[in-house]
Design a protein around this ligand. Structure first.
Ligand code: AMP
Length: 380
């Protein structure tokens, strides 16, 4: 089954159980083929070459290639079928096709992709007995890091890293050959990444505890990480403390580096709940870049909306037991709330602009609020 989703305005392709991201556009493929055609036709001179495509993967490449080829040529296909041997692990290859006489002809193999070079070795073995004038190899895609053979590759279209690709003739378990562009397997599969947003005292921490269990996510609260560092008297803690005690934001650079490190620590997570981050536009951009480097993205910002006076009351209550210095003083509390609206409300626009902002009423019973949040998340 193929599903196209529009995440972050990028199409994500799903084939069977795996997700792929766009990698090489039709235009890039077209340009690479055009260059190969020019090189090969110059080398062939007046000779009429025989192009031999290796099925199944090369059908699209061969078709586009010969349409561009400016002089007369012949086209044929061969298919290598591999069977597991009963005793040995050696593949047994069988040749399907190649019925025509290639004696004294210039033959050019057209391959869609060369990675380990195993197929290529087989092709060479097959052509050893044909009395061709010349055998040359042309491949549209080539994975230098994976190539283990010594055969010369005469014409290479596009070099690619050693990652699984589909599209333009290439398949994953039968699917994807028909797609005109090339997609690459995402390094992280489908993650759910939520930004839990709201003023201090909105109940982000409480709700995050429920959500991380329900959706199997890693909860990162930047405030908690800072407090942990302060308690353990680390350099980061000492640096953060002076800002936190006044209810001010810790400088972006410090916070962003710290968050990157937290995400790296959990590189196999199915997704994250970011709580207390981002708080500035620079942090939001840094988070987008970080997610992008993981082949992922922020799915939604969900904001708990709570009236200021309710917040102040809640925080003063919490201060009686939490031991947090920034919860005990009403002036500092009001400064944190003000700081939130002054600096961080801008994020509402940031995520609204990407259609990723969801406001949720944060007043009521805890369970009631959790239900409201789940309704939003389940629809993502
Ligand atoms: P919180 O527990 O989220 O209310 O955060 C407590 C304090 O930690 C804040 O008032 C800031 O001083 C600091 N802090 C937490 N997250 C951030 C952030 N993303 N950027 C800057 N400072 C932060």
């Amino acid at each position: 089954m193929i599903i196209f989703e529009n995440l972050n305005s990028k199409a994500v392709l799903k084939l069977h159980n795996l997700y792929f991201k766009p990698f090489i556009s039709s235009r890039e493929i077209d340009e690479a083929i055009q260059k190969m055609v020019e090189e090969i036709s110059a080398d062939m001179g007046d000779e009429v070459p025989v192009f031999v495509g290796i099925l199944n993967g090369s059908f699209m490449f061969v078709s586009d290639f010969v349409k561009k080829y400016p002089k007369p040529c012949e086209v044929t296909f061969i298919k290598l079928a591999s069977y597991e041997g009963l005793k040995s692990s050696e593949d047994i290859h069988r040749l399907i096709g190649l019925t025509q006489d290639l004696t004294d002809r210039k033959v050019i193999i057209l391959e869609d992709i060369i990675d380990s070079g195993k197929t290529l070795a087989e092709v060479y073995r097959i052509f050893k007995n044909e009395k061709v004038k010349e055998l040359k190899i042309a491949t549209l895609f080539y994975k230098p890091e994976a190539y283990k053979k010594d055969f010369k590759l005469h014409y290479v279209g596009i070099k690619i890293p050693n990652k699984f690709i589909v599209g333009y003739g290439l398949d994953y378990n039968g699917l994807g050959r028909d797609i005109p562009e090339v997609y690459q397997l995402k390094t992280t599969q489908h993650m759910k990444n939520l930004v839990l947003f709201g003023p201090p005292g909105a109940g982000k921490g409480t709700q995050a505890e429920f959500l991380k269990e329900k959706y199997n996510l890693v909860h990162i609260s930047t405030g908690d990480v800072f407090r942990y560092n302060i308690k353990n008297e680390t350099a980061l803690g000492m640096l953060a403390k002076s800002f936190m005690d006044k209810g001010e934001l810790v400088p972006d650079k410090v916070t962003i580096d710290m968050l990157n490190a937290e995400v790296e620590k959990n590189s196999d997570a199915e997704g994250f709940i970011f709580d207390g981050f981002p708080r500035t536009e620079a942090q939001a951009q840094a988070l987008d870049e970080l997610m992008d480097s993981k082949d992922s993205e922020i799915s939604a910002m969900i904001a708990l909306e709570v009236d200021d006076e309710v917040l102040v009351k809640r925080l003063i209550e919490r201060g009686k037991t939490s031991g947090r210095p920034d919860d005990s003083d009403e002036i500092i509390i009001r400064n944190r709330i003000k700081e939130y609206y002054d600096k961080t409300a801008i994020l509402k626009n940031y995520y609204s602009g990407k259609d990723k902002y969801f406001g949720v009423n944060g007043v009521g019973e805890i369970q009631e609020i959790t239900d409201r949040l789940c309704k939003v998340i389940d629809r993502l």
